[in-house]
Write a new protein. Structure first.
Ligand code: ZN
Lengths: 297, 316
């Protein structure tokens, strides 16, 4: 059975009935400072309609955008531990507990399977930057691995949404090996001809960039995201001068050939649906406002 | 060149030297005294070198006289023919590779290469590869796969090169591609950390059926210095960071993140390179013989299973 023949099986029970409720009634854009109703900001996928600034959002928000409420969280029983009894200015064990309390998250990644469209289910593994900088530890590696295995088992495409400072130092070499683990799993997914989409958001650096984030059949980036292997500070210190404007931005990566296209978050659901419909050889159901394909000159 | 922690050894060596001088000058019989000191020296050497902590291992791994990849290739293999270039941009001098023969068996050897003096260190970019280095390595690995020849990688890098050009040419993509491709190579792959194993820069040629570390090397997600600067916001905690990172061969084996440790001569690989070459050669031959018995689908399955099992988490 190929991945695209699967049709919607009944109605998926939404485990979350999350209505993203605004903290206040108004949202002020942190870039252009324009004010709009918070509900309108949410309805616009947390993107400023005036300047297109993409507010940093977490996994629940992405699931809401892609699946509305039609999804189920997977592997939420996998939780972090402190294998090396790591202590820097604070013990890692304490840091985990404190961050869990502060964020309400277990770790920096959630996985969900849901209906991207009426005809298409999708497995999404999404990072949460506010959990220790979205850093990749054993939990992230394991959740990604299981998300890929789930995709292989159920013949469903897999998407990873990256937003990470890279490795989680407090898990040292365990963290490093998650790069190897996830890449090996992606090799298996590729062998079975199941699509893998890497959706890259601001910021994505280090070991995440040097593994699954760059391995998509489609590497897709949100506008103006910072994407790189070495962090800008490290490069600046190494070369001893300021970095060129726009260096390591989504647009820079597009220009240098490392992302397929840049995608506005407001168009994510429609464009991903279109992409997977094309791959599945389905009749397209394009919205009327869909831009025409560029004509040859 | 001696490290601080070697002081107890150098002190006894000086005492022996002095005793010899006295014996020569005054025609005094110092035989017994010297013999006693030599016993003490041997004991002290064992005491010091068998109990090195994380930071001391890091220092040993960077000893300027330590054998580098080309030294191992020259002394363990015959007929090495170096191949250059990634067929795309250029030839990266920080990664070398080519076919060679080890005891009559052809292997593809790929290694990160450091320079021995200022000029060569720059020429080799301090052993920090650029994307084209990783792409050259992959090209050579695929070539070995084509001719069904096993691969040996020698890892010795302070990290992948951070720079404008490295980013422009996709350092992240180059390393990522190697991780994926190495996982499914149909030929045996043996990776040996011979010096420094820093992060993705090391892992980029480090996916193998057997990943081994020489006794006085380190392997982790970050160098102790950088870890100190990020977590403690100061360069002064590198020794503490080295302990926390659990980056020694013993730690890595204990955490099941590598497959074995290769013993070094007492005092480090640089104190007796020939012994080091012989030890590594016999370890490589033993592992090659073992891995060659496995059919390639089994090899790949076991390789992926091994890396898939790495991690520490709880499952409620
Ligand atoms: Zn704005």
């Amino acid at each position: 059975m190929s991945w695209f023949k699967r049709v919607k099986e009944g109605i998926t029970t939404a485990t979350k009935d999350k209505k993203a409720t605004p903290e206040g009634l108004w949202h002020k854009c942190s870039r252009c400072k324009k004010v709009l109703a918070a509900a309108d900001h949410i309805n616009n996928s947390w993107v400023c309609p005036s300047c297109n600034y993409h507010t940093k959002i977490g996994s629940d928000e992405y699931f809401h955008i892609l699946f509305e409420n039609d999804y189920e969280e997977l592997f939420s029983n996998i939780k972090p531990t402190d294998p090396l009894s790591f202590v820097d200015t604070k013990s890692y064990a304490d840091r985990l507990v404190d961050t869990q309390k502060k964020t309400g998250l277990d770790d920096a990644m959630k996985v969900a399977v849901g209906q991207l469209s009426e005809q298409q289910k999708l497995v999404v593994a999404c990072m949460d930057f506010n959990f220790i900088g979205g850093s990749m530890g054993s939990v992230m590696g394991e959740k990604i691995s299981r998300a890929i295995d789930y995709g292989r088992e159920h013949k469903l495409p897999v998407m990873i949404i990256s937003k990470s400072g890279g490795a989680r130092m407090m898990e040292a070499a365990f963290s490093l090996m998650q790069m190897a683990k996830t890449s090996a799993k992606l090799a298996l997914l590729a062998k079975e001809g199941i699509p893998y989409i890497s959706y890259i958001t601001d910021p994505t650096t280090g070991g995440v960039t040097a593994s699954f984030a760059m391995l998509g059949d489609f590497n897709i980036a949100e506008p103006e995201a910072l994407i790189g292997f070495a962090g800008p500070r490290v490069i600046k210190e190494t070369i001893g001068k300021d970095l060129p404007k726009g260096f390591q931005s989504s647009e820079f990566l597009l220009e240098h050939g490392f992302v397929d296209f840049i995608l506005n978050r407001t168009e994510a659901k429609a464009k991903l649906t279109q992409l997977l419909d094309l791959l599945a050889n389905r009749k397209l159901n394009l919205h009327t406002e869909e831009k025409e394909a560029p004509k040859s000159e | 060149m001696a490290f601080d922690f070697e002081k107890p050894i150098t002190e006894i060596q000086e005492q022996i030297e002095n005793a010899r001088k006295i014996a020569e000058k005054g025609k005094v019989d110092m035989t017994a005294a010297i013999a006693e000191l030599e016993t003490k020296l041997e004991q002290t050497r064992h005491q010091v070198y068998e109990n090195l902590n994380g930071w001391q291992r890091v220092q040993m791994s960077r000893h300027p006289e330590r054998p580098y990849s080309l030294d191992y290739i020259e002394n363990i293999t015959q007929g090495f023919i170096e191949q250059h270039g990634d067929r795309n941009v250029k030839d990266d001098k920080a990664i070398i590779g080519g076919f060679a023969s080890i005891d009559g068996q052809t292997v593809m050897v790929i290694g990160q290469q450091k320079g021995r003096n200022t000029k060569m260190r720059q020429y080799r970019n301090f052993g920090m590869p650029n994307p084209e280095g990783y792409r050259k390595a992959l090209r050579l690995m695929k070539l070995a796969e084509k001719f069904n020849i096993p691969i040996i990688t020698l890892i010795d890098t302070p990290g992948a090169s951070p720079g404008l050009e490295a980013e422009e040419r996709g350092q992240g993509e180059a390393i990522a591609k190697n991780l994926l491709e190495m996982a499914v190579l149909t030929v045996p792959v043996i990776c040996v950390i011979i010096g420094e194993g820093a992060s993705g820069g090391a892992l980029g040629i480090g996916i193998g059926d057997k990943v081994l570390m020489l006794e006085n090397t380190w392997y982790s997600v970050i160098s102790p210095e950088s870890c100190s600067s990020i977590l403690w916001r100061s360069w002064d905690f590198k020794e503490k960071a080295a302990e926390c990172l659990k980056l020694t061969a013993n730690d890595m084996l204990e955490n099941k993140l590598i497959d074995g440790i290769v013993k070094e001569p007492l005092g480090g690989a640089h104190t007796n390179p020939n012994q080091m070459y012989e030890t590594l050669k016999s370890v490589l031959l033993k592992n090659l013989a073992e891995l060659k018995k496995l059919p390639s689908d089994k090899l790949i399955e076991k390789r992926i299973e091994k890396f898939s099992a790495m991690g520490a988490y709880t499952e409620a």
